[in-house]
Every structure is written in structure tokens, then in C-alpha cells.
Design a protein around this ligand. Structure first.
Ligand code: CUA
Length: 153
């Protein structure tokens, strides 16, 4: 084997092992792995579901809120949410029809909401203001109209 071949073999082996270790640390130590054992919900029976039958904003602790939200063409329910500044908000969402997106402009919140699955995402809102919520998955002819707001007061 040529010297250069040995060098490149060593370099690429080290890189592969390095990437595997980095991925392993992210997944197991930081819990950043892909979701598994996700909660399911029958998309035909969302209205009868114990949680999703009553979408709304619920205060679950001091400065803690849970927003139970259903998405359908072309709306977010509830929409026009208002919460106090400094609140930690957990969004629990599902879709009643097709795949929608849930993006809060100006934050890192950006999730896919699929029928049959429960999507949970938590965000703390420290800065007062109006935040735009957008659907960023094409969901039909009214997709561009699918938006609402969160007002932090
Ligand atoms: Cu919902 Cu696009």
C-alpha cells in the first residue's frame, strides 16, 4: 500500500469515528436524537380525544402555559393567543387533515404537524410583542392564508 493511501485511509477512518461519536453524544447525552415512541392520535377522532376535544390556552403553573392546538385547512385553533411576558409555553398540537407547519417567526420554533401524531414543543417568551405563527408546509389552496399570532404582553 502506498504511503498516501495509508494516510488517507487513516484520516477518513478517524473522521468517520469522530462523526459517530459526535452523533452518539448528541443523541444519548443531549437527547437530540430523532423522536421515537411518539404519541399517536386518530386523526378522524380528534374532536373526541381527551386532550384535543378542547383546544385552548391553559395555565398549568406559575408562568407556565399549555396550548392545546389543532391545525386544519387553513387555521390554527386557538388563534390570536395572548400570554404574559416571561411565560414558558408548551404547544401540544395535532392536525385534523393534512400535514401542516408550525413556525413562530423570530424564534427557533419550527415544527411539522402531521395527522395521526402529537407534536409537542416548548418555548419561553421573554420579549413582549406580536409573534407571527405561520404554516410552512404546503397544505392546499389556502396555505398562504394560514397564519395567526401570539401576543406577549
Ligand atoms: Cu397549513 Cu400550509
Amino acid at each position: 500500500m502506498l504511503k498516501h493511501e495509508k494516510i488517507w485511509l487513516t484520516v477518513s477512518s478517524v473522521m468517520i469515528i469522530g462523526f459517530m461519536i459526535a452523533t452518539g453524544i448528541q443523541t444519548f447525552a443531549f437527547g437530540m436524537g430523532p423522536p421515537s415512541e411518539t404519541e399517536r392520535v386518530d386523526p378522524q377522532k380528534v374532536d373526541e380525544h381527551e386532550v384535543f376535544s378542547e383546544p385552548g390556552v391553559y395555565e398549568v403553573g406559575e408562568n407556565k402555559y399549555e396550548v392545546v392546538m389543532t391545525l386544519e385547512i387553513f387555521s390554527f385553533n386557538p388563534g390570536d393567543i395572548e400570554i404574559p411576558a416571561g411565560s414558558e409555553v408548551t404547544f401540544k398540537m395535532t392536525s385534523k387533515d393534512v400535514t401542516h407547519g408550525f413556525q413562530i417567526a423570530g424564534t427557533n420554533v419550527n415544527a411539522m404537524v402531521m395527522p395521526g401524531y402529537i407534536q409537542t414543543i416548548t418555548q419561553t417568551f421573554d420579549e413582549p410583542g406580536e409573534y407571527l405563527i405561520l404554516c410552512n408546509e404546503y397544505c392546499g389552496s389556502g396555505h398562504q392564508l394560514m397564519a395567526t399570532t401570539i401576543t406577549v404582553v
